[in-house]
Design a protein around this ligand. Sequence first.
Ligand code: FES
Length: 167
Amino acid sequence: MSQIMSQPGETGEAAMLAETGYSQTAIKYYLEKPNMRAMADADQVSEFLGSCGDTMKVFLKIDNDVITDASYQVLGCPGAISAAMAAVDLIKGKDLDFAKSLNDGDIFKVLVAIPVKKHHCIQLAVKALHKAVDEYREGGVVPDGCETDCDCKQGCPSKGILSSPKK
Ligand code: FES
């Protein structure tokens, strides 16, 4: 694969990412993180731990099976962050079946290019999203660290409808 060179005048982190094979689209997603936030009134919150040890939390706002809003919190590399940000742009306004059918290739097309050794990071974003859809359809699962009767106002969607009660 040909290297994607940095743009004239580009410095620091952006230039380094460009030199290692990230497209300008992927770099923009990583640096601006447009969809990186917790969502207080989410209808579903799910967490996924990747085999690399990095984690993602997915927040979905759902109305009649349509994803009206989505966001991620990512503890991971630039590849994972850019993939998660692109995933949100792909699923907003779409239904749950579409989100469940989203695959690595769909996200890669948006990102244009990321280093080959980072392609597995796209899977982290996809698997986290699929898990969120599955858990929503199963009635929701309280994210780790939540108490079923807490009053933290974090938007936990699962109070009283646990499919897998915490011990
Ligand atoms: Fe873990 Fe990229 S190395 S998400």
